[in-house]
Design a binder for this molecule. Structure first.
Ligand SMILES: Nc1ncnc2c1ncn2[C@@H]1O[C@H](COP(=O)(O)OP(=O)(O)O)[C@@H](O)[C@H]1O
Ligand SMILES: [Mg+2]
Length: 250
């Protein structure tokens, strides 16, 4: 099966995964597929996660549970430009890039969500981006879990295994933090949120950047919350688990 097809209409381009939406679908329907207001009006919003923006879990017209995320800019630029990315930068094609990377990672057997569709809406100078992907059912992110209980040694080893595999596959995760690492009901680890992530050589520098960012996210949560069940000792178990998975020959 084809990996994607593209539909276009008046400044809107959408990349679609034919595994989930048939190529015969009307363009209007595909555009509407991204419309969070439609899901709100029809009471199809099942959950909302608040990060930089809102990430919606909705019931789609095919009765699947899917995640819709709009792309927002961070930092000072974000205060000025909000969700607008300058169209003359290749890096502004955020959703298309994340879609392709998710497809690549799925083919590599990495534990990441399946992309369904990615949309760009262009005006004269700007691009706005959205992505839809399959929900990984029954998950909680590490932030949620650690607010309720400690992780077992086996779970720490599983996180190390998944993170090490990602690094070994040459995926640079630009925001590896505890809310982007999930456990499902069968205690499998999943990794999400691949905006701005790339496939590249992971040298010592990139390896440590990612591990340090992850460490900072544990520390930040620990500082901010009264109940957060994570210790330096746990991190001292996670580090070698990441390293041994990264160095293992599969
Ligand atoms: N495919 C998915 N399946 C299940 N839960 C998801 C999925 N994608 C994201 N989530 C949940 O939504 C939260 C926010 O999504 P994320 O993609 O990390 O956006 P952001 O961090 O920009 O808000 C995640 O921390 C995770 O708990
Ligand atoms: Mg996130």
């Amino acid at each position: 099966m084809k990996e994607k097809f593209i539909v276009k209409k008046k400044g809107i381009s959408i990349v679609v995964n034919p595994e989930f939406i048939p190529e015969t679908t009307e363009v209007e329907k595909i555009i509407e597929y991204f419309d969070v207001n439609e899901y709100k009006v029809n009471a199809k919003v099942l959950d909302v996660h608040y990060g930089r923006g809102k990430t919606y879990l909705v019931q789609d017209p095919y009765n699947r549970r899917v995640i819709i995320r709009h792309y927002w800019r961070g930092g000072l630029i974000g205060k000025v430009l909000g969700d607008k990315f300058l169209s003359f930068f290749g890096s502004s094609h955020r959703a298309f890039r994340e879609y392709d990377l998710l497809q690549t990672m799925k083919k590599m057997g990495l534990p990441v969500p399946k992309p369904i569709a990615a949309k760009e809406e262009r005006s004269l100078f700007f691009i706005r981006n959205d992505i839809v992907m399959m929900e990984i059912p029954g998950t909680k992110n590490l932030g949620e879990i650690l607010s309720a209980r400690r992780l077992t040694d086996e779970e720490i080893a599983k996180i190390g295994d998944a993170v090490g595999k990602l690094f070994k596959a040459g995926i640079y995760h630009s925001d590896l933090n505890i809310n982007n690492i999930l456990f499902d009901g069968a205690d499998n680890v999943w990794i999400v949120d691949f905006d701005k992530c790339v496939q590249r050589t992971i040298g010592k520098k990139q390896y440590h950047e990612m591990v340090n960012r992850l460490k900072r996210s544990f520390d930040k949560f620990k500082e901010e919350r009264n109940n957060f069940y994570w210790s330096e000792y746990d991190f001292s178990k996670l580090l070698p688990a990441i390293k041994s998975s990264y160095e293992k020959n599969y």
